[in-house]
Write a new protein. Structure first.
Length: 255
């Protein structure tokens, strides 16, 4: 949300936000961020709220701003970063914290943490701030893969609506279907996930790395014949037909 989009009574918030940051007022900072204050908006000298907090040495506040999506590598008009601000005022622990956070961002982007915690609002804010919904961690896992593995339908939908790609694979050659295969949940819940992915044109026709097709995977999670039968009918309605071998087993025949 840009400053121009704020309600009239909130248009002074950027100045008040800087004031709250300078005082280390965590309560006010959290409140104003929830109202839509732009976390990276600099002052007339190019100083960002993170730089101001770093200069003051507010370690807890710096950590919170970083976790909330503050850009750690922006520079002011003199080319100084938040780390430089901390070092300038001999706040070396804060400088070390920011440096480590930048290193961690390269291994596991912050958007992954929002997904891992099931924090829908934080994830939405990150996306609005321009975080890459197709970013990957050090193992080549993409954000959508982790969301599917968490079986969080709302977050999966948010990522898909925001342009997350469903045909990407990690370094092991695993894709979305492999994450579905790892899920320990009921076949009916898996059908819901499959239906959502289908809605966004995510192809699930290819087998997983273990050679299982999507219908076989879903039906294998069924707790009883009745659940499996219902799941199979729902999958059939989605146009997914069994191509693997599991459905030919005696267990499937008893359905």
């Amino acid at each position: 949300m840009g400053e121009e989009a704020l309600e009239p009574q909130y248009r002074e918030l950027p100045k008040k936000f800087f004031s709250a940051v300078s005082k280390g007022d965590m309560v006010a900072v959290k409140e104003m961020l929830s109202w839509g204050v732009v976390i990276n908006k600099p002052d007339s000298y190019g100083t960002t709220p993170l730089m101001a907090a770093s200069f003051k040495g507010y370690e807890t506040l710096v950590r919170y701003l970083i976790d909330s999506g503050a850009d750690m590598e922006l520079r002011d008009q003199n080319g100084l970063t938040a780390i430089d601000y901390a070092v300038k005022n001999e706040k070396y622990e804060v400088a070390a914290l920011i440096k480590k956070s930048i290193e961690n961002e390269k291994k596991v982007p912050r958007i992954f943490n929002a997904v891992a915690k099931g924090d829908y609002n934080r994830l939405k804010r990150f996306i609005e701030m321009g975080f890459d919904v197709n970013s990957k961690d050090a193992d080549g896992n993409f954000v959508l893969m982790n969301a599917v593995l968490k079986a969080d339908m709302d977050i999966v939908q948010l990522l898909l609506e925001s342009g997350a790609l469903g045909n990407l694979k990690n370094k092991k050659g695993e894709g979305i279907i492999d994450q579905i295969e790892k899920l320990e949940t009921s076949s009916l819940k898996l059908v819901q996930m499959v239906a959502l992915l289908q809605k966004f044109k995510i192809s699930l026709q290819q087998p997983s790395a273990s050679g299982c097709f999507i219908e076989d995977i879903v039906l294998s999670k069924g707790k009883n014949p009745t659940e499996k039968k219902i799941a199979k009918k729902l999958l059939d309605s989605l146009g997914l037909r069994t191509k693997g071998t599991l459905s030919k087993s005696k267990d499937m025949d008893r359905m």
